[in-house]
Ligand binder design. Structure first.
Ligand SMILES: [Zn+2]
Length: 365
């Protein structure tokens, strides 16, 4: 069998498998248990948080002929089995991004009149519904005003603000949240265990969730990407840095040390060395901002693996560096050569004590 990407393979198939959306899945299961499903739903939230997965699970439960007392589909009846085959005739998925014309919607609406081939309901899932043209929306609205008994619409969108109020007011709206990092970490660890993937340390799992930006799909794609760089499915720090094109933490500590001691030449050497290892200047810079955050935090008792002494630097100085790094990134991104500009900013921070000293003296004059 060909390799199936992790986000597909581990796509949730039951309400209980969906992470971080309990407020939604509980409410949907309650509606199912009470036999009180509406005719139009709107699922909103950022990409990869499970909108389409929940829409599919919900559609399956709506059509299940032997719905459990808990509101879960039985997985055994004809509708459920039918659903497992790629595309059921009665659960129609439409990508609003590529079927956004009024003609596409008219075709859909004409079909809406037909009864489902089996069971009581036909469910239409329209993904990225905000991409529909306004004439397509208006055509849809007529059906939403008086939907046939057997039709249920589930709309999913990342941009609810682009949807007409007249459509919004006819939908039950559910706002999906990004799952917490803890939940994402736990999910990655669970999947890794079942897939026989090992990590050198827990920090790696945390980095994957962090770079996955709260998206289950993106986090699992990162894990897939790292696997292509790994040997024997073991992901170590090296794989992580290579796979994500990041600077190694030891190099970032080295940079921080040179910046703190004001050693311009050594700082630039490390910086350029990282660039030749194909770490982008932006990733070096972002890594450095995170490193200074860690150092400031460590002065207040937080954890750090930084071993050089911080005794000669007070929190104010570290905070000033953090602030300068963050502020200067904005104008640097508009300059002609970002890599060089970022290096100059780091050099400027190296010589901060002279600079600040001079300013103080001039004021005195
Ligand atoms: Zn069933």
């Amino acid at each position: 069998m060909s390799y199936q990407v992790l986000s597909r393979k581990w796509r949730p198939r039951k309400f209980e498998d969906v992470i971080g959306q309990e407020h939604i899945t509980t409410s949907l299961m309650n509606a199912l248990k009470r036999g009180r499903t509406g005719h139009a739903y709107l699922f909103t939230g950022t990409r990869g948080v499970g909108k389409t997965s929940v829409a599919r699970i919900f559609a399956k439960s709506i059509r299940c002929e032997n719905l459990g007392d808990d509101g879960q589909a039985c997985e055994a009846c004809a509708s459920c089995e039918n659903f497992a085959d790629t595309q059921s005739l009665d659960v129609i998925e439409i990508d609003g991004a590529s079927n956004n014309s009024v003609d596409n919607i008219r075709e859909l609406i004409n079909n809406v009149q037909f009864l489902p081939s089996t069971g009581k309901y036909r469910v239409y899932i329209i993904d990225e519904v905000h991409m529909l043209s306004s004439s397509a929306f208006n055509a849809l609205l007529k059906t939403l005003e008086e939907p046939p008994e057997h039709v249920i619409f589930i709309f999913a969108t990342t941009e609810p603000e682009k949807i007409l109020d007249t459509v919004l007011s006819r939908c039950q709206r559910f706002d999906f949240r990004s799952p917490s990092l803890e939940k994402l970490n736990a999910l990655i660890e669970m999947i890794a265990e079942k897939e026989g993937i090992t990590f050198e340390n827990k920090n790696i799992v945390e980095k994957i969730s962090f770079f996955g930006n709260g998206s289950v799909r993106d986090s699992l794609s990162i894990l897939d990407q790292l696997l292509t760089f790994s040997e024997n499915n073991n992901i170590d720090e090296n794989t992580l840095f290579l796979g994500l094109g990041l600077a190694k933490q030891t190099s970032l500590y080295e940079l921080a040390e040179h910046i703190l001691s004001g050693d311009v030449r050594s700082m630039s050497e490390v910086y350029r060395g990282l660039q030749t290892e194909n770490v982008s200047s932006e990733k070096i810079y972002h890594g450095l901002i995170d490193t200074f955050y860690e150092l400031i935090n460590s002065l207040m008792g937080g954890k750090t693996a930084y071993t050089a002494s911080l005794d000669s630097y007070g929190p104010q100085e570290l905070m000033w560096i953090y602030e300068t790094l963050s502020k200067d990134l904005e104008w640097a991104s508009k300059t002609y050569d970002l890599g060089k500009t970022l290096e100059i900013i780091l050099q400027k921070i190296c010589v901060r004590r002279e600079e600040l000293g001079q300013k103080v003296q001039k004021k005195k004059d």
